[in-house]
Design a protein around this ligand. Structure first.
Ligand code: BES
Ligand code: MN
Ligand code: ZN
Length: 531
């Protein structure tokens, strides 16, 4: 994996006199009086900007008002717009160009929007002359006006705010410089990035977490983005092996590869694997991270369907495209493992499970109208070979449960219904209000968009099988509540009383351009390190 992380430092110094930085990115809020976020037309009657100390200082150094300049150029500070100011050489400042970066109005800003705006500015710099590639990025001021919902903790306000903004900017930096392992495009990354902030200590303290998180997220993206013809079950085994071998004191890895064992102990998972045994045999991956003083134990179970053709009830062509990403749940779990390997938090033990197999077909592949066993003992009526994810997960959940974790988190590109309902957002469900809220809070602090939805007793009722000799079925009756009933199915693998939080990321994992977002590594890493 190409690592494009530049050297990042934190400084209080005014960016305009910095001897190192040749480019300064200076964020600017659009004035509340302006019409709307996307309105970039100059309007002399409304005040356009919130004042910024950094820009005041620059104005003083160069001898004219940045605000007047921007106004004359018709720049309003609308979100993800920028105005570039080139400066002649001078003994009074070292910077050659200043990018005024529009953030839109503070009341409309959330971590994601802020991050996108910064990424936009950073991206525009890539490929420019090498001498430009030490960049000072000014973290936005007016903290008190940013992201109301995240900032309930009054005592800790400045810390939380600086922290949230640093998180958004670091994500932007990684997003802007990300290239997949398979990409042939050479990308010039930045030589150095200096984060300018009043809260140097807060941001410095958070940097190890943020770099670990972003490196983990990059791994998840790489695994998902890998072309289908180069990705196998072994790809995931290799990624897990690499993490474990690099940190033998922190990780243990068990890979069950014996087919007879898998068939006997995880029969429902093996049902999906049947049609792939000859071409790409299944593996059950169990990767354990154990901090030095671990007192908490949680399990992460990631859907790892290497490619989803739909099986015998084959997907129509258009729907099959992007199904190389059906292992995004597993990829996000491995991404979290990588982040753990880097940060080495002490108090937590994390059990990570990936039941990996493609959903492809040969003469042995599963067919509908079958009844199959599960690890938990329930009998499953197969009604649709394309509802394969839940078949792999139910057994993995039972296996995870055997280790008595406090909670089990499942992460899966599980249903088109979740994608339709919540789009590019994590669709979260839980059988435990306590653990559900914990995960929801982790998602929100981490910047991952999330929607918390209830799974009801009626959803469990819905998936009961009417067949003699079967307990549950792998599709819902009717066309409603497709993701809640899938969630109910997955939770059915756990013992009564075990908290399960289920994240359906069918819509959250991929961007419109069909590249991975690495969601929800941020949520998972925030959750496991915050325990
Ligand atoms: N992997 C798909 C879900 C999916 C759809 C993920 C679109 C990402 C984008 C899953 O295995 C699937 O095919 N689900 C079916 C279930 C149905 C047959 C009950 C679906 O959602 O249509
Ligand atoms: Mn499917
Ligand atoms: Zn699938």
């Amino acid at each position: 994996m190409p690592t494009l992380t530049p050297f990042i430092s934190v400084s209080r110094e005014c960016p305009f006199t910095s001897k190192e930085a040749t480019t300064v990115i200076s964020p600017i809020w659009q004035a509340e009086g302006a019409k709307d976020d996307d309105d970039n037309k100059a309007d002399s009657k409304t005040p356009r900007f919130s004042q910024s100390h950094a820009l005041d200082a620059l104005g003083e150094a160069i001898g004219f008002s940045i605000y007047d300049f921007a106004q004359e150029e018709g720049f309003s500070g609308a979100r993800a717009t920028q105005l570039i100011l080139r400066l002649p050489e001078s003994e009074h400042y070292a910077v050659k160009r200043v990018i005024l970066l529009g953030l839109g109005k503070p009341k409309n800003a959330d971590q994601g929007a802020l991050s996108k705006a910064y990424a936009f500015a950073l991206k525009s710099l890539l490929g420019k002359d090498e001498s430009l590639h030490t960049v000072a990025v000014s973290l936005v001021k007016n903290y008190e006006r940013f992201g109301g919902s995240l900032l309930n903790d009054e005592d800790n306000k400045v810390n939380v705010e600086a922290d949230v903004i640093a998180q958004a900017v670091l994500k932007a930096l990684y997003d802007a410089t990300y290239v997949s392992a398979e990409s042939l495009k050479p990308v010039k990354a930045f030589k150095k990035v200096i984060l300018i902030t009043e809260h140097v200590e807060v941001v410095e303290k958070k940097l190890p977490f943020l770099t670990a998180l972003n490196n983990g997220r990059a791994l998840a993206k790489d695994l998902v983005n890998k072309p289908a013809n180069t990705k196998t079950v072994q790809t995931l085994v290799d990624a897990a092996t690499e993490i474990a071998q690099a940190n033998p004191d922190l990780f243990t890895l068990t890979v069950v590869d014996d087919l007879a064992t898998l068939e006997k102990e995880m029969p429902c998972f093996y049902t999906v694997a049947r049609g792939n045994v000859k071409s790409d045999p299944p593996r059950f991956i169990h990767l354990v991270y154990k901090g030095k003083n671990a007192s908490r134990k949680v399990a992460l179970v990631g859907k790892s369907v290497i490619f989803d053709t739909g099986g015998y009830q084959v997907k129509p062509g258009n729907y099959m495209v992007t199904m190389k990403g059906d292992m995004a749940g597993g990829a996000s779990v491995l991404g979290t493992a990588k982040a753990l390997a880097e940060l080495k938090p002490e108090n937590v033990e994390v059990h990570m499970f990936l039941a990996a197999t493609p959903n492809k077909i040969d003469a042995d592949a599963m067919i509908p109208d079958s009844i199959v066993d599960t690890t938990c003992g329930k009998k499953v009526e197969i009604r649709h070979t394309d509802a394969e994810g839940r078949l792999t997960l139910i057994d993995a959940v039972t296996k995870a449960n055997e280790l008595d974790p406090e909670a089990i988190i499942t992460i899966a590109t599980l249903t088109g219904a979740a994608k339709m309902a919540v789009g590019n957002t994590i669709c979260m469900m839980s059988n435990s209000a306590k653990w559900g809220s914990l995960l929801e809070a982790s998602a929100k602090t981490s910047g991952d968009a999330v929607q918390y939805v209830d799974v009801t007793p009626a959803d469990f009722e819905n998936i009961k099988s009417k067949l003699d000799g079967a307990d549950i079925r792998n599709t819902n009756r009717g066309s409603e509540r497709g993701f809640q009933t899938a969630g109910a199915f997955v939770m059915s693998g756990a013992k009564e009383g075990t908290p399960v939080v289920h994240l359906d990321i069918a819509g959250a994992d991929m961007l419109e351009d069909e590249t991975s977002t690495g969601t929800p590594v941020a949520t998972l890493f925030t959750f496991v390190t915050g325990l």
